[in-house]
Design a protein around this ligand. Structure first.
Ligand SMILES: Cc1cc2nc3c(=O)[nH]c(=O)nc-3n(C[C@H](O)[C@H](O)[C@H](O)COP(=O)(O)O)c2cc1C
Length: 354
């Protein structure tokens, strides 16, 4: 799997390997603050060419799950500073994933039982895990044009906070049916103004966020994650090929550090690879099977991307790079400890030498 060990450039960063850590929500923040344990967790994984953090809410209303951290207050910046310092001390690099979940939220997460916000008042049809068990996502409140401008501003402020907290850059979460994806897709976006209807209108919010954040912190520090045709969180794309053609064309002149595809459809990956002039990062999809380092290396060998991300393999193997070099073995992942809890299933996965 020598493909992983060719250096690669992302923005202005020279990275020693192409095996990146995919973003993973772990729901272990306390009051929106990451803990000391998070610093240890990420530092253990500093061997990744690039770490992309768990989804982080850029604003109070951007939160979609219990126990997720934010980047919209000075306390949150200080808490993240411990994480970025710990990763940098071990020689790693780390981008913050900014995730506004839009309609994938719940009043129990917000002050005054506010409704989550979205391009249109269309519920996801899915459920959220809360302290009271599984509850339906409510019908969200439709954002006004002024709200949309303010939301772009929230992304910008959070990106500036990320840089202040010592991150090497930010990844904007445009995948998995969260806010940016909701704007892209007609099944969640029924607006009749400049942000809905035609493809040119539906990509507007995504492009505005990427452009504004790039203006604020430099495009070389900005990535965007997309998940073409992925039906997560009630998304039903009907025009994926044309939609992402238009998005890629509009984003290219901004020259962000990378585009990150969470893959669902190999043909769409190939199409975007051919059209995207910049660095492409791929989270390869292996159908019912979990993607493995072998499978990810094959994607690099085929020239599908410049770097690959794995999620669960990094979760369970803090020293994944050493294990790949050694040809394994790999720790199995424990899904019961994905979300919430303590160090178990978080910082106690053993390294090879243990
Ligand atoms: C526990 C867990 C949490 C996740 N949280 C996020 C997240 O916060 N943001 C995101 O973009 N993707 C998230 N994902 C999706 C992963 O980044 C990845 O796309 C998916 O797990 C498939 O990759 P894998 O086969 O290597 O695990 C999560 C996945 C897992 C397993």
């Amino acid at each position: 799997m020598n493909e992983f060990f060719e250096p690669v450039t992302v923005g202005k960063l020279d990275l020693p390997n192409r095996l990146f850590m995919a973003p993973m929500t772990r729901s272990r923040a306390v009051g929106g603050l990451v803990t000391e344990l998070a610093a240890e967790y990420y530092a253990q994984r500093a061997g990744a060419g690039l770490i992309i953090t768990e989804g982080i809410q850029p604003s109070v209303i951007g939160q979609g799950f219990i126990g997720t951290p934010g980047l919209h207050s000075p306390e949150q910046v200080a808490a993240w500073r411990r994480v970025t310092d710990a990763v940098h001390d071990r020689g790693g690099r780390i981008f913050a994933q900014l995730m506004h979940s839009g309609r994938v939220g719940h009043p129990c997460l917000y002050p005054d039982d506010a409704l989550p916000v979205a391009p249109s008042a269309i519920a996801s049809g899915e459920q959220i895990y809360t302290a009271d068990g599984l509850l339906d996502h409510p019908t969200p409140r439709e954002l006004s044009e002024a709200d949309i401008a303010a939301t772009v501003g929230d992304f910008v402020a959070a990106a500036r906070n990320a840089i202040e907290a010592g991150f090497d850059g930010v990844e904007l979460h445009g995948a998995n049916g969260f806010l940016i994806h909701q704007f892209l897709c007609g099944s969640a976006n029924a607006r009749t103004d400049a942000y809905g209807g035609s493809i040119a209108n539906r990509i507007r919010f995504a492009v505005e966020v990427v452009a504004a954040v790039s203006d604020a912190i430099g495009p070389e520090r900005v990535g965007l994650r997309i998940s073409p045709r992925n039906p997560n969180n009630g998304i039903r794309e009907r025009d994926s090929a044309e939609l992402y053609d238009a998005l890629v064309e509009a984003l290219a002149p901004i020259e962000p550090a990378y585009l990150h595809i969470m893959e669902w459809d190999r043909e769409l990956t190939q199409r975007i690879r051919a059209a995207w002039p910049g660095t492409l990062v791929l989270n390869p999809y292996a159908g019912e099977q979990q993607s493995t380092p072998d499978y990810a290396a094959a994607a690099l060998r085929e020239g599908l991307a410049d770097a690959v991300t794995l999620a669960r393999f990094w979760l369970a193997n803090p020293d994944l790079v050493e294990r790949v070099r050694a040809g394994g073995p790999y720790n199995p992942v424990d899904p019961a400890t994905f979300y919430g809890g303590d160090h178990q299933g978080y910082t106690d996965y053993p390294r090879l030498e243990q």
